[in-house]
Design a protein around this ligand. Structure first.
Ligand SMILES: [Fe+2]
Length: 390
């Protein structure tokens, strides 16, 4: 299920001179805002089949007539930990994947930051998530120093096969179609074309259906642009961008085998080309969200998790990542989390990234967790240098 938001245009919509400034009619709540009755406390390492059965049993999904639920207990976003900048691996000078990040892309984070590339202006908002991303940018710039950033994003949706952006230089304006009043971003970045083709070759060699996107006029989606901006706002590192082949993932219980193969293909190609790379998964976590937004959109008094059920499952998954569990446990928990929370990880970015990293049995660093219009967002780092020396 892909949940999208029917928003009421804010009176504070800015940059009204832009052709992208669109006024929305009021919309009634949709199934996207349906509130799950499944409130069961997640026990540790629940088998997905058990979760699915419990969920189906309780899925008399009702359309919520509540436009704004009362503000209850709110999760306290964790500040990005101040981390040492010293390299932790003796192999820093070598190629390969040096780090992975779960790097969600809510357009609100760019809107709150007011970068010059984005047309709308804000009064801020979502600071703790944005501060964590500042730490990510610092570590990428000063510690990892990659040749390339490889990103998999859920909103470049291709229905036949996994596509790789092979356009040498992509320029344009990326617009969030539901939030054009928040995100109209002017992008300009270079693609590592050699690596892009190497990933495509490697994926084809593993039996995947692959497309090579060579149309320079294709507008790059906001999830790709959002995550890339958030991890490197200077855009001075070449990129390889991968699509989300959503065809197999209409159902939350669809296996993510293809994403694992795509991750293997990505790793193989990076090593074969000698690139020093980071991989980023452009996925939020729990994905139930409000169908109205406050005025102004950055009014943080209205921001909190959709419900406790979603929060607990997000913590369940983040605990698993922090614990450094092995691939079988993680696969099971990711699947259960998708089923329980309509998680955006259904699009496969997290699974792809973990596979590209080789499913490292190492504790990941949760740098921050926070909500955006009710969705859960974790910024998580895997420093492969730690893996090498542990
Ligand atoms: Fe998204």
């Amino acid at each position: 299920m892909r949940c999208r938001l029917g928003v009421r245009a804010s009176n504070s919509t800015r940059a009204s001179s832009s052709p992208w400034s669109v006024k929305f009619p009021n919309r009634s709540p949709t199934n996207c805002a349906a509130e799950s009755d499944a409130q069961a406390q997640p026990s540790r390492w629940v088998e997905p089949t058990q979760v699915r059965a419990a969920h189906l049993e309780s899925t008399v999904t009702k359309v919520s007539n509540v436009f704004r639920l009362p503000v209850g207990a709110r999760p306290s976003p964790q500040l990005g930990e101040q981390r040492p900048l010293e390299p932790t691996s003796p192999k820093r000078s070598e190629g390969g994947i040096v780090a992975g990040f779960l790097a969600p892309h809510p357009p609100h984070l760019i809107y709150g930051e007011n970068p010059i590339q984005n047309e709308p202006r804000s009064e801020g908002g979502w600071e703790t998530l944005r501060w964590a991303y500042e730490g990510v940018r610092r570590r990428i710039r000063e510690v990892y120093r990659p040749d390339v950033i490889v990103v998999h994003a859920p909103h470049w949706i291709t229905m036949v096969g996994h596509h790789v952006n092979c356009v040498p230089r992509s320029t344009g304006v990326s617009v969030e179609p539901i939030f054009p009043h928040l995100f109209r971003y002017h992008y300009d970045f270079q693609t590592d074309v050699e690596l892009a083709h190497a990933i495509a070759d490697s994926a084809e060699g593993l039996g995947l259906t692959v497309g090579r996107m060579t149309n320079p006029r294709l507008r790059v989606d906001y999830a790709t642009i959002g995550s890339l901006h958030l991890v490197n706002d200077s855009w001075d590192i070449p990129v390889v961008s991968l699509s989300a082949n959503n065809n197999p993932y209409f159902y939350s219980d669809a296996p993510q085998d293809q994403m694992e193969l795509l991750g293997e293909a990505t790793r193989t190609a990076i090593e074969a080309t000698g690139r020093r790379a980071i991989v980023i998964a452009s996925n939020s976590l729990s994905h139930m969200h409000w169908d109205r937004e406050p005025d102004p959109p950055e009014d943080m008094s209205a921001e909190h998790i959709y419900n406790q059920h979603q929060y607990q499952w997000d913590m369940h998954l983040l605990e698993a990542l922090r614990s450094g569990l092995g691939p079988d446990d993680l696969r099971s928990i990711i699947s259960a989390h998708i089923e329980a929370t309509a998680s955006e990880t259904k699009a496969g970015s997290l699974t792809w990234m973990l596979s590209a990293l080789g499913w490292p049995v190492m504790p990941a660093d949760v740098l921050a967790y926070g909500t955006v219009i009710g969705t859960g967002n974790g910024i998580v780092e895997w420093d492969m240098g730690k893996s090498m020396i542990s």
